[in-house]
Design a protein around this ligand. Structure first.
Ligand SMILES: *Cc1c(COP(=O)(O)O)cnc(C)c1O
Length: 380
């Protein structure tokens, strides 16, 4: 086995179209936070998601903060978040001075458990942020009902689920407001970037106000509120426009990569693929697998070390929010998230992986599993 060629976990898929749009933006002089590409991405994102509007932002973290700030969430408020997510979800709550209340996820979807959300709702609860973790949409119908009953804002952190659908409807349209990230490792990218999709006109107006330092749209240099500079640049928007034009191609190629892992590794009992609920078309963000059985000590880290030596980069799952020093909560009870976090591994997933690359990676994974099993590391 020749392991000279290394495979990273993620790599953007950039073509001449990205180059063309970027150069066009550059030459136009519209390099800052106004310009035709910005208008175009906002229109296209809203259209894709089936919402009235989209608000482009400088990244996915501030998109989350913008939603919560525009909804008036502040000190004394609580926002329910899942334990298994990227830290940005909880950080955005903390930026508002509010408290993230961390609840567990479901083993069937890895997404927030509506029953745990129900149990966490109290007099201070203002909002729920569902996260489409590893591209799988959360159970929005159940969350919608719950939020409506208790008068809560439902936010979707759809950073990882661009292109996913639930019962035929795209993520980005299933909550009061949904946020996306266009970081370099996401399904489509603008380098750094994000957006909020919503059909709530008042919320969108408030987000546009806060995105631009809180300046009165009718009166220059007049600031009724303290706002932020959370704008996307026209340069980033040009890059994103090209990615949106190519989104179907990029998604199809990433889907193919994940399907190849699932097919080629189906007979390896050590590796179990991400479950997909009925009615779900998952977004192909990462090929996510669980290493070993539930409850047992997982050889995940040892497998990752061997794969690294064989030139295959991997990523462990997120550490549950309530286990992080930044958001530590000794009272949070999230056994499912903790178990998934110990066993989960993400494999190289990007549109540029050819069939030959996939053969090579799968061969190395099989070799790594053999090495692990012959090394006496407990694997069951
Ligand atoms: C990537 C990501 C974000 C943050 O996006 P940035 O653009 O990096 O700020 C937020 N939430 C989740 C679940 C993510 O995966």
């Amino acid at each position: 086995m020749n392991v000279d060629e290394r495979f990273p976990v993620a790599r953007p898929c950039l073509s001449e179209l990205e180059e063309h749009y970027l150069l066009d933006a550059l030459r136009s002089g519209w390099i800052s936070s106004q310009g035709p590409y910005l208008r175009r991405v906002e229109e296209q994102l809203a259209e894709r998601c089936g919402t009235a509007t989209a608000v482009a932002t400088s990244n996915g973290t501030v998109a989350l903060h913008l939603v919560l700030a525009a909804a008036g969430i502040g000190p004394g408020d609580e926002v329910v978040v899942p334990a298994l997510t990227y830290v940005a979800t909880a950080n955005a709550v903390a930026y508002c001075g509010a408290r993230p209340v961390v609840v567990d996820v479901l083993p069937q979807t890895w997404c927030i458990d509506p029953d745990s959300v129900r149990a966490a709702i109290g007099p201070r609860t203002r909002a729920v942020i569902a996260v489409d973790v590893y591209g799988h949409p959360a159970d929005y119908p159940a969350l919608r009902e719950l939020c409506d009953r208790h008068g809560l804002l439902l936010v979707a952190d759809a950073a990882e689920s661009f292109g996913a659908t639930l019962h035929g409807r795209p993520t980005g349209s299933q909550a009061d407001a949904s946020t996306f990230s266009f970081f370099g490792n996401k399904v489509v990218t603008s380098g750094e970037g994000g957006c909020v999709t919503t059909s709530d006109a008042a919320l969108a107006d408030q987000m546009r106000l806060l995105r631009s330092q809180g300046m009165d749209p009718q009166r220059r240099y007049w600031f009724p509120v303290v706002g932020y500079n959370y704008r996307m640049t026209n340069l980033a928007a040009a890059l994103l426009c090209a990615q949106l034009d190519r989104a179907e191609e990029i998604i199809a190629r990433r889907d193919r990569v994940i399907a190849a892992y699932e097919h080629e590794l189906a007979d390896v009992p050590l590796l179990r693929p991400q479950p997909v609920a009925t009615g779900v078309r998952r977004a192909p963000w990462m090929a996510s697998f669980l290493v070993g059985a539930e409850g047992a000590t997982s050889p995940r880290d040892e497998l990752a070390r061997i794969l690294d030596r064989l030139g295959v980069e991997t990523r462990p799952f997120f550490v549950p929010i309530c286990e992080l020093p930044a958001h530590f909560d000794p009272h949070a009870h999230c056994p499912v998230s903790s178990d998934l976090a110990r066993r989960g591994i993400n494999l190289p997933t990007y549109a540029g992986l050819s069939d030959t690359d996939m053969k090579a990676i799968v061969e190395r994974i099989r070799a790594a599993v053999d090495l692990l099993e012959s090394s006496g590391t407990p694997t069951a």
